[in-house]
Design a protein. Sequence first.
Length: 564
Amino acid sequence: MRSEEILKKYWGFDDFRGIQKEIIESVLDGHDTLGLMPTGGGKSITFQVPAMALEGTCIVITPLIALMKDQVQNLKKRGIKAAAIYSGLSQSEITQALENAIFGAVKLLYVSPERLSSELFMYKIRHLKVSFICVDEAHCISQWGYDFRPSYLAIANIRKDFPNVPILALTATATPDVVDDIQNRLAFREKRVFKMSFARKNLAYLVRHTSNKSQYLIRILSNTKGSAIVYVRSRKQTQEYADLLNQTNISATAYHAGLENLEKDKRQKLWQTDQIRVMVATNAFGMGIDKPDVRTVVHTDCPDCIEAYFQEAGRAGRDGRQSYAVLLFDDNDKAKLQRRVADNYPEKDFIRQIYDQLAYFYQIGIGSGYNAVFEFPIEQFCRTYKRFPTTTNSALHILTQAGYIDYMEDEEARARVKFCIERDELYRLSGNTEQEDMIIVALLRNYTGMFQGYQFIDEQVIGQQCNMSHSQVYMTLRTLTQKRILNYIPQKRTSFIRYTQRREESERLVFPPAIYDDLKARFADRIQKMIEYATTENICRSRMLLRYFGETDTKDCGQCDVCR
């Protein structure tokens, strides 16, 4: 079936737009391909259509669990076989998804980049007929990019198992340097880039200098209509600003990475269905969220770089209608931005001190600790050694890039259960409620080894089998814990430290320029470009953004605050 026929059959569109067709034809011809498309440019079509046209399974690598779930759900509604593998699934669910793909029952298999480090996963997919590999958010593979993720570096290894399978890399933000770096790190067999102009004719970029951001935000939202996103710097501010807006009869809710997944989903749904007008969020919100009718995006604080600002601002007006991206800037913002350089790249001696204190915290002697894994309560660590969380966090990330530790931040730790009594005692129990007995039976039916030690459980599966909500399962397991029948450790987000080599003397730690000095200089340069964008009063905002991404043939937009 031709690409146009697939597009019409499954998506109902008569023709492709922008550079979609060129990218699709490049993939169908077997070429490694990099597609640069702004937010709302229709990236998903460029891999979903060729996945349907080619024999086998397309592996889609993306860091966004929300996007995976959303796209899989939408594909299934269109009659397309798709599956996703992400943290939180049970081992049996992961195995089932892989087996289905091996037997040809999955056209698109979504996975996180971390999954490529799993021996089981790599063993399984070697039996898979792979049509091509799609790398979404491809800028994450570049250390020169603004959102580098070490887990992305493992993607190139997949080529050893599938040397003749093309790779499609997609991103909405990449400078010329990052474009080259993506292709090098993904081992492109030839350079092949398709690029849409990043110009957004329906999006007006505005910078407003104000000493009272709260009042200016209310003024903006009172004078505009439609859905909005307000980006703030901290989790605390999300609630503060949401409360402020609600007090002025502008319906709002808060969103940040610290919320429980169920609460995140609930708030996101209220906003997506327009029951709530404004989402006040940290940058944890927005990637993979498909809401085309956002009319206004406001930043109360400057992001660290143009790339992040452009991507977040670009979530406005994806339906092509007039929309606004507003940056609120005051006299303190310049100094705050410049301080972030020291916060993100603390002095090397400070990093060495953190390394030593980490060893004291876990009682790791010189020459020992290799492969040891520990939960890492950063607040407790910082209290113990009188450190600030921001710089401590940065030091741990630099130690990770230097190869001394693996700092896994905000990982999803699945729920665990262990029985406190013997199996024979369990059968003699009396006085339990019906719900408690149902939970015990479901645990015994689904899991083994709980009398010997902790076993991971899936509360959702238990809830489905017992016809209970997630909160009912949680409360029942808590009650059984209080009765000392079992020990229940709920699902939570936590951080982990793994020693990737034996503990060194801190004086011998080496931080090569490629992971410290060069990156610090580039970060400082990105900060400076962001300051220039916010403070320049005589160059069109759209022109400044486009020039940053290497577009030289630009025109004044006629609608930003400078042009007007």
